[in-house]
Structures are given as structure tokens and as C-alpha cells.
Design a protein around this ligand. Structure first.
Ligand SMILES: Nc1ncnc2c1ncn2[C@@H]1O[C@H](COP(=O)(O)OP(=O)(O)OP(=O)(O)O)[C@@H](O)[C@H]1O
Ligand SMILES: [Mg+2]
Length: 250
């Protein structure tokens, strides 16, 4: 059975960074084959991983909207499936699917079912699927993922950020996707850690999985466009993610 992991939270809190560091540790520990899905319309997980992306799923599916683009004798369904197969980016470390930005309202409407089936079938071939979610949790409410083993709700280290994570929690409660382990990760913490945020964290009713300190080296890597995969083992953020994974037996 594939272990499904998703990372959620509002914009800019550190989802992609956490996802990249999680993947880094999974690879280090040779956990098994990994499919990673960048579900953010403004996709940039590939950059954090140091991978090039030519085409997103949205761009590939865009073609299928034009009846003239479908080769004669081919059904639209087969054509969409063919396009989806083309969208997998295979590397020696992880395989990547990039959803991209659906152009126009309801762009995914028709292919949504097929997309869901495709991801479900594709992910069966991997031991892990890791999804860097978009802020609106669209794909969770669309049930692109049938069940989740781990859901990480990310917040930055502000009271407002934690409250917002609480609202993400409320949205998730109303989604019928079954979730085994769900918890909060507070990122970019200062020396005092999460002490001042205790009450806010309690209010979210989320389990605190851990926190990740503000990491100067990580910021420098991001500024220079370097892959976060290449951060050294003793980098504070890397160590914190490692600790969180150990606590969760992940
Ligand atoms: N532990 C950390 N220490 C220092 N800076 C961090 C840390 N985690 C994330 N950041 C910085 O915060 C910014 C936002 O991070 P990131 O892109 O991971 O957030 P996101 O939630 O994926 O954002 P978006 O919603 O735009 O996709 C980046 O500039 C990143 O370098
Ligand atoms: Mg992101």
C-alpha cells in the first residue's frame, strides 16, 4: 500500500520548503520509491528539488480542450490519458507530477475524474506519494487523494499564522478524505521556539508535530536558487525535519 503524505497551509508559510526537506530525508534514508505531486498553481517544488519542468498537467490538458487537437480515431478519454502519461517527470531520485495553473474557471472539470484515477493508479506503483498542496486545499476537497496517512499543516511562527492553520484544520474536518496522522508544524521559529504560541496552538486543536527553526543557510540557498536537497546534514532545518520524522516513525 502506498503511504500518502500531504503538506498544507496558507501561502508563504514554508510548505514547499518542508516538502523538499521531507523528500531529502526520505531519500537519505532510502525509504523507497517516491512520487511527488506539486499541486500548487504557482508550482516551484521542482526548483527546491533542483529539477526542470517543461510542461505542467494544466498545460498538457489545455490541448485536449480543442477538438481539432485530438487525433482522428482517438477518443477524448484516451487522448487525455495519453497526455497525463506524458506529464510524469522521471528522475533518478523521485518522480514528479506538476499540476500547474488551471486556465479559466473549471478547467479541470472534465479531466478531473480522469486526473484522479490517473494519480490513484500511478501512485500505486510507488511506496510513497508526497503532495505539496496549494493553499485552498482544492485537490483534497476534490478528493484527488483517496486517503491520507500523514497530513502536515504548516504555519509560520506568528499568532496569525497559527490561527490560519486552525482555519485550515476546520476546512480539513469538513473534507471526507480519511486521515491517519494530522498535525501542526511551526516553521521559521526564533530562539524561544513555540513557547509564546502555546495558547494559539492549543486553540487550533491540532497536535504539534514539531517546529523548524529559522535557518539562515536555507534562506541563502533559496536566494541563490540552490536546491534544498543539497543543504548539509547539520543545517538546523534539516535536523528539525529529521527529528519530526523520527517522532512519527516516518
Ligand atoms: N525554516 C526556514 N527558515 C528560513 N526561511 C524559511 C524557512 N522555511 C521557509 N522559509 C522561507 O520562507 C519563504 C516561503 O517558503 P515556501 O516557499 O516553502 O512557502 P510555501 O508555503 O510553499 O509558499 P507558497 O504558498 O507561495 O507556495 C521562502 O522564502 C523560504 O526560503
Ligand atoms: Mg509552495
Amino acid at each position: 500500500m502506498t503511504i500518502n503524505i500531504a503538506v498544507a497551509g496558507k501561502g508563504g508559510v514554508g510548505k514547499t520548503t518542508f516538502t523538499a526537506l521531507l523528500l531529502r530525508q526520505m531519500l537519505k534514508k532510502e525509504k523507497g520509491s517516491i512520487l511527488t505531486v506539486d499541486a500548487d498553481p504557482n508550482a516551484n517544488l521542482n526548483e527546491a528539488l533542483g529539477l526542470d519542468v517543461d510542461m505542467t498537467i494544466s498545460q498538457l490538458l489545455e490541448d485536449t480542450k480543442d477538438p481539432k487537437a485530438i487525433p482522428t480515431g482517438m477518443s477524448k478519454e484516451i487522448y487525455v490519458e495519453y497526455k497525463l502519461q506524458q506529464s510524469l517527470i522521471e528522475t533518478e531520485h523521485v518522480d514528479l507530477l506538476v499540476m500547474g495553473n488551471p486556465q479559466g474557471p473549471g478547467c479541470y472539470c472534465y479531466p478531473n475524474d480522469l486526473l484522479r484515477k490517473h494519480i490513484e493508479q500511478l501512485s500505486e506503483g510507488y511506496e510513497y506519494m508526497v503532495v505539496d498542496s496549494e493553499a485552498g486545499l482544492e485537490h483534497l476537497s476534490r478528493r484527488t487523494i483517496p486517503k491520507l496517512d500523514y497530513l502536515f499543516v504548516i504555519s509560520d511562527s506568528s499568532a496569525r499564522g497559527v490561527r490560519s492553520a486552525g482555519r485550515v484544520h476546520d476546512i480539513i474536518k469538513n473534507i471526507k478524505t480519511p486521515i491517519d496522522h494530522m498535525g501542526l508544524i511551526v516553521t521559521k521559529t526564533q530562539d524561544q521556539g513555540v513557547d509564546v504560541l502555546r495558547q494559539e496552538i492549543e486553540n487550533t486543536q491540532l497536535n504539534l508535530f514539531g517546529h523548524i527553526p529559522y535557518d539562515e543557510r536555507l534562506v541563502k540557498y533559496d536566494m541563490e536558487g540552490k536546491a534544498l536537497f543539497d543543504l548539509p546534514d547539520d543545517s538546523p532545518a534539516v535536523k528539525a525535519v529529521d527529528e519530526i520524522m523520527k517522532n512519527l516513525n516516518l
